[in-house]
Write a protein that binds this ligand. Structure first.
Ligand code: SF4
Length: 188
């Protein structure tokens, strides 16, 4: 009988399966006791996909009382077979974390302190600065007269918490502005 680890736990949760397994001569009591003592006991499993790279690893999210209480790899997912890289493994900690910054922080030029600002301020400030730099520095040709259409004075540093789609849209927007100095610390 070939049953995956995840399927096995599910089967154990079903009385009929336990009955069937015990009929096969397997002693399911220790496994059943283990399953009911798990931190995820009583939770609902939701199968999701890690958004942080193109491996697209399955992640099993356990939800109880409307709260995400656990995230773990899916042993049945054929690419990673239940393993996750550090970012995927930290999925819940990235989501449920008292240190998570949920409001924009701004540090003015020359200042040492970060202060909270609203999104209107942040987005309009970023847009104005990019436009000012682009109007001033955009080059259509280089010193040899070759077409370059680039902006040398702006660079972009991405976030490890940007997902695939955010990265794709951001890169397209930056390239459209002529910005080519782009980096991202989450190159898996
Ligand atoms: S970031 Fe890690 S866990 Fe997420 S899909 Fe990529 S390899 Fe898998």
């Amino acid at each position: 009988m070939n049953v995956s680890r995840r399927g096995f736990i599910k089967l154990l949760g079903a009385g009929t399966a336990c009955y069937g397994l015990s009929r096969l001569g397997l002693d399911v009591k220790p496994a059943l006791a283990y399953a009911t003592s798990l931190k995820t006991a009583g939770s609902k499993e939701v199968l999701s996909i890690c958004p942080y790279c193109s491996c697209g690893c399955n992640i099993i999210m356990s939800v109880r009382d409307g709260q995400l209480i656990s995230s773990e790899g899916d042993p049945d997912y054929p690419v990673s077979e239940g393993s996750l890289c550090p970012k995927g493994a930290a999925f819940r900690a990235l989501h449920v974390n008292k240190h998570r910054i949920t409001k924009p922080l701004y540090r003015a030029p020359g200042a040492t302190d970060w202060v909270e600002k609203d999104w209107d301020f942040m987005l309009s400030t970023i847009a104005l600065r990019i436009k000012t730099a682009r109007d001033r520095d955009f080059k259509t040709k280089n010193d040899k007269g070759q077409a370059v259409n680039r902006l040398d004075t702006v660079f972009s540093v991405g976030s490890a918490l940007m997902d695939n789609e955010e990265c794709a849209v951001t890169v397209q927007a930056l390239r459209g502005l002529g910005i080519y100095q782009i980096d991202h610390q989450a190159r898996v």
